[in-house]
Design a protein around this ligand. Structure first.
Ligand code: NAD
Length: 265
C-alpha cells in the first residue's frame, strides 16, 4: 500500500482485539490506512507487535501501538482501553473481535464443562469487558462506535456441532442489541458483525478435513470461504460515520449463507 491513504477514519482512535491474526490483523491495517490511530491488542503479544510493525512500515510511525491483553481478564481490558487514551488522547472505536473456537468444542454430549467455560469467558465476558470500558471512555467525548464479532452460527444452526461457540456468539448478538438500545441516546453505537465461514487459521484448524470443509461450503451460495479482509471492510463501514444511523444490527457478511435455503450443485 502506498500514499495517498484514505480518510474514512481520520481523527479517530480505535482499539482492536485479536489484532494479531485474521480479521483483527486485516482490520488494524485497514483502519490505519483510513487515518485511524490503532491500539492492537492480542493475547499473543508477538502477533500484535507484528501487526504494529506492518502498520509502521506501511504508514510510518505514530499510527499504532500494541498491547498484550487477555480479553477475559477485566484488568487487561481496562489497561487496553486506557492505552488508547494515554497514547492517542481519546477513544472513538472499539472492535471487540477476539474469540476462540476450541477444537474440543463439540455437541451437547461430548463438550466438557471446562471447554464451555473457557469459550464463554473469552467470547462473551471478553466482549462485555470491552463494551464496559469503552462506554466509560466514550461518554467523555460524546459517543463512538463499538463493533462486536459474532458469527453466522448465531443466526443459523450449524451442521458441524460446536455448541459452546454457537451459544457464545448468540450471547454476543443479544448483548450487543441491548447495549445498542440502552446507549443509543448517548450516541454510542453498537453493531454485531456476523462473518460467514472464513479462510482463516481459526476455522481451517477446526474444519481440518475435506469432508468437514465441504459440509460448510455446500451452504454458501458463493461457493467459497470468505477472506478476512472482506470482514475488515465491513467493520470499517460500521466503525466510520458512514454508518451513523445504524445501531443494534446483526450485520451478516457471509457470501449469501443466511439468505440460502440449500445450494448444492
Ligand atoms: P484468528 O484465530 O485468525 O484470530 C483470532 C485472534 O484472537 C488471535 O490472534 C488470537 O491470539 C486472539 N485471541 C484469542 N484469545 C484471545 C484472548 N483471550 N484475548 C485476546 N486475544 C485473543 O481468528 P479470526 O477468524 O480472525 O476470528 C476473529 C473473530 O471472528 C472471532 O471472534 C471468531 O469467532 C469470529 N468468526 C470467525 C469466523 C471464521 O470463519 N474464521 C467466522 C465467524 C466468526
Amino acid at each position: 500500500m502506498s500514499p495517498p491513504y484514505g480518510s474514512r477514519l481520520a481523527n479517530k482512535v480505535a482499539v482492536i482485539t485479536g489484532a494479531g491474526s485474521g480479521i483483527g490483523l486485516e482490520s488494524s491495517v485497514l483502519f490505519a490506512s483510513e487515518g485511524a490511530q490503532v491500539v492492537c491488542a492480542d493475547i499473543n503479544e508477538k502477533g500484535a507487535a507484528a501487526t504494529v510493525e506492518k502498520i509502521t512500515s506501511l504508514f510510518g510511525p505514530g499510527r499504532a501501538v500494541s498491547i498484550r491483553a487477555d480479553v477475559s481478564k477485566e484488568e487487561d481490558v481496562k489497561k487496553m482501553i486506557q492505552l488508547a487514551v494515554s497514547e492517542f488522547g481519546k477513544l472513538s472505536i472499539v472492535f471487540n473481535n477476539a474469540g476462540i473456537m476450541h477444537p474440543a468444542d463439540d455437541n451437547a454430549l461430548t463438550t466438557s464443562e471446562d471447554i464451555w467455560d473457557l469459550t464463554m469467558k473469552i467470547n462473551v465476558k471478553g466482549v462485555w469487558w470491552g463494551c464496559k470500558y469503552a462506554i466509560e471512555e466514550m461518554r467523555k467525548t460524546g459517543g463512538g462506535s463499538i463493533i462486536n464479532t459474532a458469527s453466522f452460527v448465531a443466526l443459523r444452526g450449524a451442521a458441524t456441532p460446536q455448541l459452546a461457540y454457537t451459544a457464545s456468539k448468540g450471547a454476543v448478538l443479544a448483548m450487543t442489541r441491548e447495549l445498542a438500545v440502552v446507549h443509543a441516546k448517548e450516541n454510542i453505537r453498537f453493531n454485531s458483525l456476523c462473518p460467514g465461514p472464513l479462510r482463516t487459521p481459526l476455522l481451517m484448524e477446526f474444519l481440518n478435513t475435506d469432508d468437514k470443509k465441504n459440509r460448510r461450503l455446500v451452504h454458501v451460495p458463493m461457493g467459497r470461504f470468505g477472506e478476512a479482509i472482506e470482514q475488515a471492510k465491513a467493520a470499517l463501514f460500521l466503525a466510520s460515520d458512514e454508518s451513523s444511523y445504524m445501531t443494534g444490527t446483526d450485520f451478516a457478511v457471509d457470501g449469501g449463507l443466511c439468505a440460502a435455503y440449500v445450494t448444492p450443485e
